[in-house]
Design a protein around this ligand. Structure first.
Ligand SMILES: O[C@H]1[C@H](O)[C@@H](O)[C@H](O)[C@@H](O)[C@H]1O
Length: 619
């Protein structure tokens, strides 16, 4: 740095600290009239900014100084608004997570077959995909606040219908309504938080939404655990409980404000100014307000306002690139298999030697807890490491963990115990279970399980028997058909897994997977999408990318069992590892760093050709 430049920097920092001292003094005096003070503050900000601009390392320094200037000034109101919005994330997590436990009870009480169970799970995710897409139009037309109110209204209505349902058709209707709420919330909440947050806190506050998603999933698994002991009507509590946070959010948002950025776009400038200054406390808002306003005007000049937003997005290169990056991130999040791993976690843990089947539901809670705690690590890291490094690091770890997980299944398959006994079915019914000579084939058949004894640690006297239709915890007939008797006789029943000495490898893979996935690949796709689109394209961009997330969520979960049947479990997890590796290449090449930038500055990051980020030397 030249002498002149460093003098300049020093001068700038000194004047800034003087200004801050001055400002604090004035606050303590409490003497300045608010109007005059605001005017002065604007001048101060303008002055500090213009001198900063002339500094040698201009942009970077300006941002650092601005951050310092603003750090302890963020009013609590921004946090309150963010937490109330993130209740949408909590409901998203709760309602997607709670259904597995509820189904265990429902299938017995309402005699649900496999198709209906599948319908009750996928209808919600399918409805979420559709409403996330429709949410783009609603957000653009009505604003963020009415959409959040609509989502919490849908959550409340849906949980009411579910709790009171008398038949499976009503249950299906309730699950669809809840799904519609999830879709709208999943695309609106991150956008709203990003628009009200100051730049230096934006990543952290939006990531809190994902923390609430994983928190909701964890809470759901605990509720599932508690109410699973209540065989009659336990599911009503499980499904109905989400009405509580939904009502709280609805009531809260009756009093919370609209996004100032949306208001400026709609020409409601007075209201926007008032809300912005409420969000920024005693800081000068003129600079931010002007930059948002100028940006909107420039965007309209550059891109025009005619035609559907999605067409304008696709024909304007920076937004087209942002859309590819946003949708790609969401696609790779789901293709890395998070929801399969979560869903399958109880079995993986059982494989590793946990024998008590009652524990299965609590083991799922443990997995959800690890996911939650490590999302918290993401909240802590996002403003330190930045989005790019965090996502790259997280996906690398996720890919390695998937390879370990897959190897665990592979090793287990290779030493899969032989089936030594072939007892005949007392009712002489035809079953596929008798055709398997190794446990591995028996475990992959959803209709069969392994009944065996242990001699030291090796499996002896093993047979592949049809599973009981009402409970996967016991066999339909024979030695393992009565839980209390077979446990006394030192017999074991394995459904969906094979007892092998390598099971711990899968357990290690599972834990590593969550530890790496949760801080980065879990939250970053949502966080990055909330900030990479210019205002005119933000609702549509987020609607599309959330839609992609939900569509791939359905695809991956629905195809898992078939994939496992064709490729076996280790094949399925190697496939996810392959997707994660592809995702790494994509993210390395295409994801720019958005940390600390104003939303209005981010568009410029997509001005260069797509996938040139890796060549700029930024990790
Ligand atoms: O970011 C979230 C989070 O990682 C959840 O745990 C997962 O279930 C969702 O599919 C994902 O979108």
């Amino acid at each position: 740095m030249s002498r002149k430049a460093s003098d300049n920097v020093e001068y700038t920092l000194r004047s800034l600290s003087n200004l801050m001292g001055e400002k604090r003094r004035r606050q303590a005096d409490g003497s300045a009239g608010s109007g005059a003070a605001a005017g002065e503050r604007s001048l101060i900000a303008a002055e500090s900014c213009s001198s900063l601009n002339s500094a040698a390392s201009g942009g970077e320094l300006e941002r650092a100084a601005r951050r310092q200037f603003q750090q302890d000034e963020t009013p609590g109101f921004v946090y309150v608004v963010s937490v109330f919005s993130a209740l949408g994330g909590f409901l998203f997590g709760y309602d997607t997570g709670v259904v597995s436990g509820a189904l265990l009870l429902l299938k017995r009480e309402l005699n649900l077959d496999a198709l209906w169970q599948e319908l009750l799970v996928s209808s919600t995710v399918g409805a979420a995909a559709l409403s996330a897409l429709a949410g783009g139009v609603l957000n653009g037309l009505c604003g963020r606040r009415p959409c959040i109110l609509l989502a919490s209204g849908l959550f409340t209505a849906g949980s009411g219908v579910l709790a009171a349902a008398r038949d499976k058709e009503t249950l299906l209707a309730g699950r669809v309504v809840v799904g519609l709420g999830i879709g709208v919330a999943s695309m609106t909440v991150p956008v709203y938080i990003a628009e009200v947050a100051p730049p230096h806190l934006r990543g952290r506050l939006v990531t809190i939404n994902t923390l609430f998603i994983t928190g909701g999933q964890f809470f759901a698994s605990v509720v599932d655990g508690i109410f699973s002991y209540l065989a009659k009507d336990g599911w009503r509590y499980m499904l109905g409980l989400s009405a509580v946070p939904a009502v709280i959010q609805f009531l809260g948002f009756l009093f919370l404000p609209e996004s100032p950025r949306w208001l400026i776009q709609k020409g409601q400038t007075q209201r926007a100014r008032r809300i912005l200054s409420q969000m920024r406390g005693n800081q000068a808002i003129d600079e931010e307000y002007d930059s948002i306003k100028n940006n909107i005007e420039e965007e309209e000049k550059e891109v025009g306002a005619a035609g559907p937003v999605i067409c304008r997005m696709l024909t304007y290169p920076p937004t087209r690139r942002a859309l590819i990056v946003g949708c790609g991130l969401q696609m790779f999040q789901q293709l890395s298999g998070i929801n399969t791993v979560m869903y399958y976690s109880a079995t993986i843990l059982q494989m590793s030697g946990v024998e008590d089947d009652r524990l299965a539901i609590w083991l799922a809670a443990l997995t959800a807890f690890i996911n939650f705690v490590f999302t918290l690590v993401g909240v802590w890291l996002v403003e330190r490491m930045g989005r790019r490094k965090l996502t790259l690091g997280s996906l690398t770890g996720t890919a390695v963990a998937l390879i370990i997980l897959a190897s665990g299944f592979l090793l287990s398959a290779q030493v899969s115990p032989r089936i030594t006994l072939n007892p005949t079915d007392p009712s002489h019914q035809n079953s596929t279970c008798t055709k398997y000579s190794y446990c591995n084939g028996c475990m992959l058949d959803p209709d069969c399980g392994l009944c065996y004894k242990l001699n030291k640690s090796s499996v002896v006297e093993s047979s592949c028997i049809p599973v009981d239709k009402h409970s996967t915890m016991k066999a339909a007939w024979g030695r393992c058909s009565n839980e209390s008797i077979f446990k006394k006789e030192d017999l074991f029943w394995a459904y969906n897994f094979c007892p092998t000495p390598y099971s711990w490898t899968a357990l290690l893979g599972l834990i590593l997977y969550l530890v790496f996935f949760a801080p980065g690949m879990g939250p970053m796709p949502w966080t990055v999408n909330s900030e990479i689109y210019p205002l005119w394209a933000r609702s549509t961009g987020n609607a599309c990318s959330s839609g992609v997330n939900w569509v791939f969520n359905v695809l991956v979960s629905l195809t898992f069992l078939h994939t496992a049947e064709y490729l076996t479990y280790y094949g399925a997890f190697f496939l996810y590892a392959g997707f994660a590796a592809l995702g790494l290449v994509f993210i390395y090449g295409c994801l720019p760093e958005t940390k600390g930038k104003k939303l209005e500055e981010i568009e410029s990051l997509f001005e260069n050709r797509l996938c040139t980020c890796g060549s700029t030397g930024a990790f």
